[in-house]
Ligand binder design. Structure first.
Ligand SMILES: [Mg+2]
Length: 177
């Protein structure tokens, strides 16, 4: 039987936003407050946790795929210490202007791949992001609930729920999952 999932954007949700730039090395990756507890909670409720991130810095040549993979491997090691590691990690590393790219948000392609590989049920799933394209990606995949972490980015797309930051995420999830 397929499982429900919680899908997470990375920068600005799992880790503090690097602003206009990119996290190019592990030393610059800082978990957002409360996110480890929120991830662990999802797992205790039987939800798969999936990371879906845009990392155009690879496409731009600012970091290699190996460096991105290394950052994610170290992230998983830290999360595993708290039973909070992701079940799946998906990254679109294409340039935003690449006409051949089919995976860039708000395309649902990363979520569809995750659903195939992990047998996930979108109708019982959640999307958490800090940008319109995250919320739209979740909606395009057919997730039932979207949660926006508010950021400086102006937004036009309404999410089901909005939080000022990640501190209250676990408390909100406790009411929803
Ligand atoms: Mg983000």
């Amino acid at each position: 039987m397929s499982r429900p999932a919680v899908f997470f954007d990375r920068d600005g949700v799992v880790n503090l936003s690097p602003g206009a730039g990119y996290v190019l090395r592990w030393a610059d990756f800082h978990f957002s407050p409360g996110i480890v507890e929120a991830l662990a909670f999802c797992r205790t409720r039987g939800y798969a946790t999936v990371l879906a991130t845009s990392q155009q810095g690879v496409g731009k040549g600012l970091m290699s795929q190996a460096t991105l993979d290394d950052i994610h491997a170290r992230m998983q090691v830290e999360l595993a210490l708290h039973d909070a590691a992701f079940d799946g990690i998906y990254a679109c590393t294409c340039l935003s202007k690449d006409p051949a790219c089919t995976c860039r948000k708000p395309s649902a392609e990363m979520l569809l791949r995750a659903a195939q590989e992990h047998d996930l049920d979108f109708s019982r799933s959640f999307m958490i992001g800090d940008a319109d394209r995250d919320i739209e990606m979740g909606m395009n995949a057919g997730v039932s609930v979207t949660i926006r972490i508010e950021s400086e980015n102006p937004h036009l797309v309404s999410a089901t729920h909005t939080l000022p930051d990640t501190r209250g995420l676990k408390a909100l999830l406790e009411t929803l999952l």
